[in-house]
Ligand binder design. Structure first.
Ligand code: ACM
Length: 403
């Protein structure tokens, strides 16, 4: 065995320098709540694999998971989903996803939950002791349906809405005037008291502008601000939040939509997920730091084409394809590459057991890309070391898809 491969198979060996500083996992605890004990178990797995950023996706259309002392209905109402779409949601005539397609069946099973601030403080400390930083995400101004269900006035038109029962891109989003900003800075103020990471993720993905376009308040705001279009309100809003976070010593992270109308104020970090839009290239050419989170690293997608696999959101990558991923590809300037991250969206991941099945072994490959970068061992060596590493995960109570 070469010197490198013996290092490679012994993950307890003392530090080498990781190739990439951000080696992350995003856990979507919004679509299906993940008990804190299982989130903690994920931290144990991350420490074993030398992953160092746990990105917690704490809010979405289908659930709000962060206890707020000032906005209690967020969890009283927003943490509970009446039922879940069976199978996949339907499509609009143009093929895009329609979240409330009435041809769909729902399972009638209410579910949900939330984390108290004390639980999250405990998680942050536990993770810190193991070299893992917890980065919270409150998604804004889109993916706000659970918050709108709790507080209808968060929309320009305060229509009563339920927490999302299906997934997709809901048209109901946040108002981005002073009232919407005050809500976000209230919540983020509480988030900053709980999480000590230098980064705070504010989502920013998939925010339809239909409500803003039909709101006289939003159009007047656009004119007052001298913005060219209603869509520019998102860049303005993100800049306001970025400046708020900077003033509190933190840095904004957002999905790559946050630079669609230009780079907002506040020195943001972009999490590049829409690889088909050259998201990472656009960001790095504009001098913006990037975390690569491409569709290949969406581990909620099936292992390969999905034949014989449990229902998933769509086909995905097999282990060899994940291991072959090149995080340096497509960048304007690789000095702006912070790292890479795997995503575990949870619409089709209702249990911890299923979470481990989707995550492993592919997450081991992601961890090694982050640690070794371009200098990683050949795939055959990676495979040879895998059974021992999966056994170490099993010792933590974590399963995996059979090799
Ligand atoms: C995303 O997948 N909407 C970031």
């Amino acid at each position: 065995m070469s010197e490198r491969s013996s290092r490679f198979s012994n993950t307890s060996e003392p530090a080498q320098t990781p190739a990439l500083p951000w080696r992350g996992v995003m856990l979507d605890v919004a679509r299906h709540f993940v008990p804190i004990s299982e989130v903690t178990r994920m931290v144990d797995a991350m420490a074993l694999l030398r992953l160092n950023v746990l990105h917690l996706h704490l809010s979405d259309d289908q659930g709000w998971r962060f206890e707020s002392k000032t906005w209690p209905r967020l969890t009283d109402v927003g943490a509970w989903r009446d039922e879940t779409v069976v199978g996949r949601p339907g499509n609009y005539p143009d093929g895009s996803l329609h979240p409330e397609n009435h041809l769909n069946a729902y399972d009638g099973a209410r579910h949900g939950g939330f984390y108290t601030q004390a639980e999250l403080r405990g998680l942050v400390a536990y993770a810190r002791d193991r070299g893992v930083m917890v980065v919270p995400e409150i998604d804004m101004p889109g993916h706000m349906r659970a918050a709108r269900a709790a507080y209808p006035e968060l929309g320009y038109a305060p229509t009563p809405l339920g927490v999302g029962r299906s997934w997709g891109v809901y048209p109901e989003v946040l108002r981005v005037d002073e009232d919407g900003l005050a809500f976000c800075t209230d919540i983020l103020g509480e988030v900053l008291d709980v999480f000590d990471a230098p980064y705070v993720h504010i989502g920013g993905d998939e925010c339809p502008k239909v409500e803003w376009e039909s709101s006289s308040v939003a159009r007047a705001q656009q004119e007052d601000l001298g913005l060219g279009s209603v869509a520019d309100l998102q860049r303005w809003f993100t800049g306001q939040i970025g400046t708020f976070l900077t003033s509190r010593g933190r840095r904004l992270v957002g999905w790559d939509e946050i630079i669609d109308e230009g780079v907002p104020d506040g020195d943001p970090v972009v999490m590049a997920w829409r690889d088909w839009t050259d998201a990472a290239g656009r960001a790095t050419r504009a001098g913006v730091d990037v975390v690569q989170a491409p569709s290949l690293l969406y581990l909620d997608h099936s292992f390969g084409m999905g034949e014989g696999e449990p229902l998933a959101i769509g086909p995905g990558a097999d282990l060899a394809s994940v291991y072959a991923y090149d995080p340096y590809a497509g960048l304007g300037d690789s000095a702006h590459l912070l790292g890479l991250q795997a995503q575990l969206w949870s619409e089709y991941i209702p249990t911890a057991e299923h979470l481990w099945y989707m995550a492993f072994p592919r997450l081991v490959a992601v961890a090694d890309i982050g640690w070794y970068g371009a200098d990683r061992p050949p795939y055959e060596e990676f495979l040879a070391g895998l059974p021992a590493r999966l056994q170490a995960l099993a010792d933590l109570g974590i399963g995996h898809r059979p090799l």
